[in-house]
Design a protein around this ligand. Structure first.
Ligand code: ADP
Length: 362
């Protein structure tokens, strides 16, 4: 069946899903358009604030109904109570000027602190660092989770060897995956690997909001969020909705990567998120046979850049075959060889973050 026919079938199926207050989802004014791609179906249900729990069963029923007609497509349904920006109560300066402001930030249930890991561009090893850093922080005794928000290249499932979708409870709340002692959720579990996501910005932001807020994190000290690279809408909406303890920026030593990193740093500054520091990845290469160290990219660029940007330099991770192989095999090096030199590099960065930010241990 063509995608448009599937969309019609989904809408017909939603006409069987009852909603609180009577009527069905198909006729509900808060239903978004139904987006159908070769391998996924996505739609959003927007409800009045306070009605999320009441709509939980309708979302579960809609999920099943869409799966039944989706011919194997993965289904992602987000349920939000976002007021539209035009309806949101203005706050602060925006209110004074009569403009609508962003919705107020609120805590994420079951999570004490959130740190985000970002980069100016893809391919610098941001996800590899996020996963191993989360494991290194867990090794320091913090109950830690990871949320893969990299919609356009979700690699946390592969890095942590996670397969399949997370379980969904009767009330529509996700139970996260568990991997190497981390609680883990990924937008990638909702989509077919390699699929280019066609969601519009608000759709993606609302899916992310759902993963963040409607997951049973179960009492974490720290949630590490692997951001999409760059400085787009998704980052901004995440920064605006949740109180963040800080951001870690990953860069390679090359000048060009550092120029990109600077854009990410500028964005985080503008949004008044604390900058925890800069990590230099693929910093130097140690030949496995001779042990000789090669600064192939002109190592040290990130340390100099951190000084220039007026932010802490957190440490460097070598370009290392074991890091690549363990990442690709879903056996992250910090968990599988905790005393090896690669794990030590990640653990040193975790300790640096915690010693500079003791509030993260509280
Ligand atoms: P990003 O999230 O920035 O796009 P990834 O974490 O997905 O980057 O890494 C891109 C590729 O580089 C992956 O194949 C990964 O295994 C590899 N990689 C990342 N960091 C290192 C490293 N320090 N040494 C060797 N390979 C690395």
């Amino acid at each position: 069946m063509a995608d448009s026919e599937i969309a019609g079938a989904v809408k017909a199926a939603l006409a069987q899903v009852e909603i609180p207050g009577g009527g069905t989802l198909a006729g509900y004014s808060g239903l978004s358009e139904v987006i159908v791609t070769k391998s996924a179906i996505a739609l959003a249900i927007s409800v009045q604030p306070g009605m999320e729990a009441a709509f939980g069963p309708a979302r579960v029923a809609a999920q099943k109904a869409a799966e039944a007609v989706g011919q194997g497509r993965k289904v992602l349904i987000s349920l939000t109570s976002d007021k539209s920006p035009a309806m949101a109560a203005p706050t602060g300066q925006a209110a004074a000027q009569g403009r609508p402001g962003p919705p107020p930030k609120s805590a994420v249930p079951g999570v004490k602190n959130i740190i985000v890991v970002g980069s100016g561009k893809g391919g610098v090893g941001k996800s590899t660092v996020a996963a191993n850093l989360a494991l290194a922080l867990a090794a320091e005794g913090l109950r830690t989770g990871i949320l893969d928000a990299d919609l356009y290249g979700p690699s946390i499932p592969k890095l942590l060897g996670i397969e399949g979708k997370p379980a969904v409870r009767e009330d529509g709340v996700f139970s996260p995956h568990e991997a190497f002692g981390l609680k883990a959720m990924s937008i990638g579990s909702m989509l077919t690997p390699g699929q280019a996501v066609v969601w519009r910005g608000p759709m993606a932001s609302s899916a992310l909001r759902q993963l963040l807020r409607e997951t049973d994190w179960g009492g974490l000290d720290l949630l590490v969020v692997d951001l999409p690279p760059g400085t787009g809408d998704i980052q901004i909406s995440l920064f605006q909705q949740a109180e963040l303890a800080g951001a870690v920026i990953v860069s390679t030593p090359q000048d060009l990567a550092l120029i990109d990193a600077q854009k990410a740093i500028d964005m985080i500054r503008r949004l008044s998120i604390p900058l925890l520091g800069l990590v230099e990845n693929m910093s130097y290469f140690v030949a496995p046979d001779t042990g000789k160290r090669y600064d192939i990219f002109g190592h040290g660029g990130a340390a100099r850049a951190a000084e220039l940007f007026g932010m802490p330099f957190l440490g460097e991770i070598p370009l290392d075959m074991a890091i690549r192989e363990t990442s690709d095999a879903g056996r992250p090096v910090v968990a599988t060889d905790p005393d090896g030199p690669q794990a030590k590099a990640f653990r040193a960065i975790a300790r640096e973050i915690l010693s500079r930010n003791p509030q993260l241990r509280a």
